[in-house]
Design a protein around this ligand. Structure first.
Ligand SMILES: Cc1cn([C@H]2C[C@H](O)[C@@H](COP(=O)(O)OP(=O)(O)OP(=O)(O)O)O2)c(=O)[nH]c1=O
Length: 212
């Protein structure tokens, strides 16, 4: 397990983030919750292909795996599923597949589902957030340029809305952080329900963080 990330709301139960995603780590750090990271490894095969249910199920599997290893902790797991109609777009294996994903997404609206599971000693909660993302109509040169950047390779759907991928997107309906992979409204609600203080000492947090 990694060293605890300092936060302002100390005093609650031990929080563990069951994710290797740097985005999730950054966002949980922003909330000021002290936590450690323990990566769950690949979840087992899932029984469902329905995207919302799949995101919830995989998030729960990740959190449960780590919760078994650290009894007493509150463990948070998350999973992002990108769906275009009935087709699921995972992480592209190479630039060619990334370009193929972008051709599919170009000029259309797709869904991003992010599941959040919080598993504690005496409760388990799972919730799934949805955002609808519309891409611009992309030219072949734009698709080639983005695919060659490599940015989309470790990301569901083959793009990152938080960086260069922002230039692909025309509209987002729903919570932006759902697309990045960690819907903060859900994370805050579920952590509080599990007894974890979030933003209880906002003044200290702002002073420490300083102006943006
Ligand atoms: C669509 C999109 C996805 N993503 C990322 C979020 C997730 O990290 C990733 C989806 O893969 P996930 O399997 O949800 O997560 P992960 O493999 O990165 O990490 P872990 O399983 O250890 O929790 O895609 C972005 O960062 N930006 C985006 O715009």
């Amino acid at each position: 397990m990694s060293e605890p990330v300092p936060g302002v709301d100390a005093g609650g139960p031990t929080v563990v983030l069951a994710s290797g995603s740097p985005r999730r780590r950054e966002l949980l750090t922003l909330l000021g919750v002290p936590f450690t990271v323990q990566v769950s490894g690949d979840p087992e095969e899932s029984v469902t292909q329905e995207p919302a249910a799949l995101a919830g199920e995989l998030a729960l599997q990740k959190a449960r795996t780590v919760a078994r290893e650290i009894p007493g902790a509150v463990v948070i797991g998350s999973d992002t599923v990108v769906a275009l109609g009935s087709r699921l777009l995972g992480k592209p294996t190479d630039a060619d597949e990334n370009a193929a994903f972008l051709r599919l997404l170009s000029g259309r609206t797709h869904q991003v589902y992010t599941g959040v599971a919080v598993v504690g000693p005496d409760r388990e909660d799972t919730e799934v957030a949805r955002a609808d993302v519309t891409f611009r109509s992309l030219s072949p040169a734009e698709i080639a340029h983005y695919a060659a950047s490599g940015e989309g390779l470790d990301k569901a759907g083959g793009y990152g809305i938080q960086a260069l991928g922002m230039a692909l997107v025309e509209r987002v309906e729903g919570e932006y952080s759902t697309v990045v992979g960690f819907p903060l409204s859900v994370v805050i609600r579920r952590l509080r329900a599990a007894g974890v203080p979030v933003w209880n000492d906002l003044r200290g947090h702002v002073a420490e963080a300083g102006p943006a």
